[in-house]
Design a protein around this ligand. Structure first.
Ligand code: ATP
Length: 208
């Protein structure tokens, strides 16, 4: 019998934008995942600065962005742990919760590929879940060949087989924060409910 599949999508989501929800929906359909869970990171160990919006705002914005999508969920499991939290621990937690009949995909955008060598216990992570890479505007299509000496040919094949040609959506949270700090419009980059939330709470109004 085919295994159940779920997709986990980690990020700081500061704020969550239409790039995130569009590629996640496309990837979930491609995978045949019954649900996709957005997992808010307390902070990214690889970004040199903490998120600008606090945990509660980021969680609420993500919940608003996915509210109309039946198969989307949001999880605060990493927010509840003392930082830093590691993807491998999160994957293991979900594997225990869902059981061995469920295949877990962990989604990342193509911009994250070069960072993967710095991820905590990356080799074990590649082995225990299906690390699934999505295309991203302004980045080369994912290619893992350069890591072959490091991770071995079988892992490279597994990674390469799980590249999904998601639509190129040229949006980033950085650009949204910069535009908001400059008083510019961002409505075409955000779910309307997220744009309202940002306005109501005066988020991202300054560069600092
Ligand atoms: P920032 O600009 O603050 O770095 P971001 O827009 O990259 O933020 P994150 O919350 O860091 O958003 O991203 C979470 C995940 O979503 C990462 O794996 C990232 O590669 C992926 N991602 C973000 N935006 C896109 C996009 N437009 N297309 C494809 N993947 C994306």
């Amino acid at each position: 019998m085919a295994k159940r599949k779920i997709a986990l999508f980690g990020g700081t989501f500061d704020p969550v934008h239409l790039g995130h929800t569009t590629v996640a929906a496309d990837a979930a359909e491609h995978i045949g995942a019954e649900k996709i869970i957005f997992i808010l990171a307390k902070r990214s160990p690889l970004k040199g600065f903490p998120p600008k919006a606090n945990d509660s705002h980021r969680l609420k914005m993500t919940a608003l962005a996915i509210a109309e999508q039946k198969s989307f969920e949001v999880s605060d499991c990493e927010l509840k742990k003392p930082a830093p939290s590691y993807t491998l621990e999160t994957v293991k937690q979900f594997q225990t919760e869902y059981g061995s009949d469920t295949l877990i995909h962990w989604l990342v955008g193509a911009d994250s590929i070069d960072d993967l060598t710095y991820w905590h216990q990356i080799v074990e992570l590649i082995d225990v879940c299906i690390l699934t890479t999505m295309y991203r505007a302004d980045f080369e299509p994912p290619n893992f060949a350069k890591f072959e000496a490091l991770w071995g040919p079988q892992r490279i094949e597994k990674l390469q087989q799980n590249v999904i040609q998601t639509p190129l959506i040229d949006i980033s949270s950085t650009e949204i924060r910069d535009r908001l700090a400059a008083g510019r419009d961002v409505t075409d980059m955000l779910h309307p409910a997220v744009a309202d939330y940002i306005r109501k709470h005066g988020l991202y109004q300054s560069k600092k």
